[in-house]
Design a protein around this ligand. Structure first.
Ligand SMILES: *Cc1c(COP(=O)(O)O)cnc(C)c1O
Length: 231
């Protein structure tokens, strides 16, 4: 894996530098978990409007302090517990980490009462990984027909995180296979009347986003490379 090399400069300068390297079609999501409200405000002033958080409680506290920044899109990227599903729907415009049929069905039931249809991604494990949640490829194919029935959700694509400690070429392959899987599901979904869109690929973090973009990522989730190291 290519080592993460910290950029110098302020958060705003890092955002500017990284933006310059991203194709315009790629949406940059600033992962602000463990980062302060002040850091989020600085990123906002530098033009960021998409922020990722992985814990509902932490996000809620920050969102309350950032209420005046009404045009932020909040992306939930962590494991979502069933009892936090309602909160996630109320507080986030996107949920990247829908990782089981049960969770999808729960969100679908809850979404029936919402003014807007939530946008979600399906988290998939392209390789077995005991440290991560998500569908295996086989499980996802199996659950697809039940996912088609979740009509209160906009299922817009896939999210994946490669296992740690892969080589560069193995990581690239994981991202390429995720792109292929999305294309196959898109093809299948187009044959039936389905809400599933598969136009988004959320993949790539500080250490590997170059590879993810090479493979067709449409959203990259960057934390350390923008905000510096977390504890
Ligand atoms: C923390 C996190 C990121 C950001 O990781 P960095 O290495 O800080 O860029 C991206 N995606 C998910 C799901 C995360 O939990």
């Amino acid at each position: 894996m290519t080592a993460f090399s910290p950029l110098s400069g302020t958060i705003a300068e890092r955002i500017f530098q990284i933006r310059q390297t991203l194709p315009p079609s790629v949406r940059l999501i600033a992962v602000s978990k463990q980062m302060s409200v002040a850091a989020i405000q600085e990123a906002y002033r530098a033009g960021m409007r998409d922020f990722g958080e992985s814990r509902i409680q932490e996000a809620e506290l920050k969102q309350e302090q950032l209420q005046d920044l009404t045009d932020i899109n909040w992306h939930f990227i962590g494991h979502l517990q069933a009892n936090k599903a309602q909160k996630a729907l109320e507080r986030f415009q996107w949920i990247h980490s829908v990782d089981s049929l049960k969770l999808a069905q729960r969100l679908n039931r809850l979404a029936a009462n919402l003014p807007e249809t939530p946008q979600i991604l399906l988290q998939v494990k392209m390789l077995p990984d005991p440290n991560k949640s998500g569908w295996s490829i086989a499980e996802l194919w199996q659950d697809l027909s039940d996912l088609y029935e979740c009509r209160n959700l906009k299922i817009r694509g896939l999210m994946t995180i490669p296992p740690l400690n892969l080589t560069t070429s193995e990581t690239l392959k994981v991202f390429q296979q995720a792109a292929e899987l999305a294309a196959q599901i898109r093809e299948k979904a187009s044959q039936i009347d389905s809400q599933i869109k598969m136009e988004q690929l959320s993949m790539g973090m500080s250490g590997d986003y170059g590879l993810a973009i090479q493979a067709g990522a449409t959203m990259v989730r960057l934390g350390r490379v923008l905000f510096g190291d977390r504890d």
